[in-house]
Design a protein around this ligand. Structure first.
Ligand code: SAM
Length: 297
């Protein structure tokens, strides 16, 4: 018993010491920040807040792997170890999201869909292609899907191609599973919650699960927005890329928007976060509504 307590205390002291050491290692921080920028486009400027943030998020990763400083961890990341790189990126991405986040966007989406659908209906098999480019744990793509299905009830004859991507495979796995807590679904209107989710209760805790027929309408796949080019053969009618470019520097964010715009159909729409509107420089896009752009015809 005493042995156990002593070993837990040792463990806590060691992990606290590691955290403190990482917080003060400015050179190590800069090396890891550069690696993060090269791997994911995420730009962490060197300041006290970011040094603490990085140390806080990486200390447990290093500790459990028996790594005791940034230099050794940097060598592991630079060696190209895919699992270690995924864990590194996953630890340093911020995945905050919610259903109907920035709700005005979904009102505009509902308003613009009839016009888009009317143009598409002229096709032999009408198809709508949607891309949610930083899908996190899935709340955003499922909100888009519910809005789409509610706005276009005669969807039976439509081909809906819906791709949801994120660099972080841990959150994508959660998105694909589509299981949420009561607190997470609180922002969904009750009629939609009843229609699109089932409930399951275990140990008196109720979870909300996206019904499989809706979950299966979305393809979840890993994708890094900072890649030099994107691997799409077809263009999208609607793209959402919200609350991810705030983590990039302006130049890299502008390049991402340019690439996304080049994968939109003429007349296609790009939704960005409300704090990301100043980043769009491409001549391919024109402002359409607040934080929404439209590709030139
Ligand atoms: C704050 S969340 C935003 C989620 C959602 N778009 C929303 O607005 O609620 C940012 C997401 O961007 C993802 N991300 C960060 N860097 C990325 C990159 N280079 N490529 C693709 N996704 C990235 C993160 O993993 C995270 O899930």
């Amino acid at each position: 018993m005493h042995e156990n307590i002593a070993s837990i205390e040792r463990h806590l002291t060691n992990s606290r010491e590691l955290l403190q050491q990482l917080q003060h290692d400015d050179f190590g921080f800069q090396k890891m920040a550069l690696a993060l920028k090269e791997l994911a486009g995420i730009h962490m400027i060197p300041n006290e807040k970011n040094r603490c943030l990085m140390a806080g998020r990486l200390s447990s990763v290093l500790f459990k792997s028996g790594i005791r400083d940034y230099s050794e961890y940097h060598r592991l990341i630079r060696s190209g170890n895919a699992a270690a790189i995924q864990e590194f990126i996953s630890a340093l991405t911020t995945n905050t999201t919610e259903f109907f986040r920035e709700a005005r966007h979904f009102e505009v989406l509902r308003e613009l869909l009839p016009e888009l659908a009317a143009a598409k209906r002229k096709q032999l098999v009408p198809e709508i292609r949607i891309w949610c480019a930083a899908a996190s744990t899935g709340q955003e793509p499922y909100t888009i899907l519910m809005t789409l299905l509610e706005s276009l009830p005669s969807l039976a004859d439509w081909q809906i191609r819906f791709l949801a991507t994120d660099i972080d495979q841990t959150v994508l796995a959660r998105a694909a599973a589509g299981v949420y807590t009561a607190a997470e679904v609180a922002g969904i209107p009750p009629n939609l919650r009843q229609k699109y989710f089932s409930t399951r209760t275990s140990d008196k805790v109720t979870s909300y699960v996206v019904l499989p027929q809706y979950r299966n309408m979305i393809r979840f796949a890993p994708m890094n927005l900072s890649e030099a080019s994107y691997p799409f053969q077809h263009r999208f009618d609607i793209a959402f890329c919200r609350n991810v470019l705030i983590y990039f520097d302006r130049d890299s964010a502008g390049k991402v928007i340019e690439k996304i715009a080049s994968h939109l159909n003429p007349g296609g729409f790009l939704f960005v976060g409300h704090s990301e509107t100043g980043l769009t420089k491409t001549s391919l896009l024109k402002p359409f509504a607040n934080a929404i752009y439209r590709r030139n015809p």
